[in-house]
Design a protein around this ligand. Structure first.
Ligand code: B12
Length: 213
């Protein structure tokens, strides 16, 4: 089996909601030397997009989104231990979380693990994190960077509220803010006063490295 074939099969295992098969194929891909991040983005995440399209067209319902999420998590467990970069130096602290009202945490989880792999200390606040909780964590841990994730268009506004809360408490000067997740883009980041938006977790880590050079 070649690389393209196994990535396609991993995506199929996600679309077929088969966690055991997805995990087994991921282990094989790792053995074959396929880079872990490619397994996530060109394998699993492609499968998630297929499921998403079927959900949008009304062929799938919430239960299918749940099953796809569970399958992706099982596959991630196999791949994540391999995300560590060789010889990474300690770069600083990043507080991360998914915004209030939003339960989507798979992408944020990947971002966090890539950050750890690159040598950052990560404080993960989980999901459904209120602006006050983000600001409390920034006050307490004094991170170099705050990373927020939002996947739903109705929850992304909570990012603006969080930036406003940081400004109100005088915390914006000491921290860079990066946002990510399917709902957001660079224009939105600029409009709310965040420092950057990332298309994906790898770009996000590259930006964080740049900020902590
Ligand atoms: C799995 C899933 C779920 C699971 C989530 C499980 C979990 N624990 O996360 C469950 C079933 C809970 C769910 C629920 C719902 N979902 Co949903 N879900 C999805 C789905 C299919 C995949 C999301 C995912 O994990 N993708 C894979 C990861 C790896 O990708 P990612 O999150 O984009 O993250 C990458 C980057 O964006 C980046 N990244 C992410 N965060 C951050 C943060 C920073 C700082 C950085 C730098 C980078 C970064 O890194 C990742 C890797 O590169 C998406 C469709 C899609 N294609 O996105 C819909 C989707 C997001 N869901 C949607 C909806 C509507 C819902 C519900 C409202 C459904 C309902 N009727 O109840 C609920 C909302 C619940 C809530 N309050 O949050 C819609 C949102 C539509 C919109 N325009 O707002 C989508 C787009 C589906 C659709 N096409 O309609 N969902």
């Amino acid at each position: 089996m070649d690389k393209q074939q196994i990535l396609w099969e991993i995506s199929e295992a996600v679309t077929n909601f088969d966690p055991a098969k997805a995990a087994e194929l991921c282990a094989t891909a790792i053995e074959m030397g396929v880079p872990p991040y490619e397994i996530i983005v060109n394998g699993m995440a492609r499968g998630m997009d297929v499921v998403s399209g079927r959900y949008e067209s009304g062929d799938y319902f919430l239960s299918e989104l749940v099953m796809a999420g569970e399958t992706m998590k099982a596959a991630l467990e196999v791949v994540e231990p391999h995300l560590m970069e060789k010889g990474a130096k300690l770069r600083g602290t990043v507080v991360i979380g998914t915004v209030q009202g939003d339960l989507h945490d798979i992408g944020k989880h990947i971002f966090g693990n890539l950050l750890r792999g690159a040598g950052f200390r990560v404080v993960d606040l989980g999901y459904d994190v209120s602006p006050a909780a983000f600001a409390d964590a920034v006050e307490k841990t004094k991170p170099n960077i705050l990373g927020m994730s939002a996947l739903i268009t109705t929850t992304m506004t909570s990012m603006a509220d969080t930036v406003a809360e940081l400004k109100k408490r005088g915390l914006m000067a000491g921290v860079k803010v990066i946002i990510g997740g399917a709902a957001v883009d660079a224009a939105y980041a600029a409009s709310i006063g965040a420092d950057a938006a990332a298309r994906d977790a790898v770009e996000g880590v590259t930006i964080c490295k740049e900020w902590t050079k």
